[in-house]
Ligand binder design. Sequence first.
Ligand SMILES: Nc1ncnc2c1ncn2[C@@H]1O[C@H](COP(=O)(O)OP(=O)(O)O)[C@@H](O)[C@H]1O
Ligand SMILES: [Mg+2]
Length: 263
Amino acid sequence: MGKITDALKKAAQERIARLEKLDQKAEVKYEFIAKKKVESKIDPRIVAFHDPKSSVSEQYRILRTNFQGISSPKHPIKAITITSSVHSEGKTITAINLAVSMAHDLNKKSILLVDADLRRAKISKYLGVNAEVGLADLIANGTNIDDTLLNIGIDNLTVMPAGKIPHNPAELLGSAKLKNIITALKSKYDYIIIDTPPIIHVTDAGLVGAQTDGTIMVIQANRTQKGVVEHAEMLLKQAQAKVLGYILTNIQYHIPAYLYRYL
Ligand SMILES: Nc1ncnc2c1ncn2[C@@H]1O[C@H](COP(=O)(O)OP(=O)(O)O)[C@@H](O)[C@H]1O
Ligand SMILES: [Mg+2]
């Protein structure tokens, strides 16, 4: 009897040691991804960070689950573009909350949040980080990619800020270089979330959307008219950006952000 108990104990200890080894291996991966460490002062509107147990954060978790659910081995969705019809519909706040929520996922996926709004770049502002170089510099002058990848102190999350605002955003985002960068990043990260400008007045979101696996449109409830959303969707389709779904923001009293339909 004693021998059997000892054998079981030994087997359990060996199993724990094996699991610890695997964990260490996983750690190496994340250390590799976490590049420049920077100080951050995250905006209170990033509720997924400040108040992960709140009902608002729960909505971002639902969004995370919906997003992960549409990915399949045959049609993997690794990189998504977040856009909207017009400005200030909540794209950037949604993109950051979704990225933080995904980084908090127990499955320890590596998440990259990219600011491709090279006109009104806000991600560094909402995260309270001082970002000198980013995507624009990477495309325009071949800045070292490691200098653009920031570790803001949230496990599993890496942030690529927009960098120096260029005079020719659409030209940069339409270049073959962006395509190569996204392909390279997709091999390093499990999921990439890319924030872009609104689609109605500039083509940027269409250009980025065409290089990613899908686009999600943020719609501010009680503001953006149906016809405007339909026009925005047509522009995305024309640009070969596949619209995966919609997120409603500014919903009063119940759901502040909810991905309610997939095509
Ligand atoms: N889910 C939401 N519900 C209500 N207001 C929101 C929501 N998300 C963002 N906002 C507000 O909308 C404004 C614009 O947000 P932002 O993310 O910067 O918009 P965009 O990136 O589309 O220009 C901000 O004041 C923000 O607080
Ligand atoms: Mg924005």
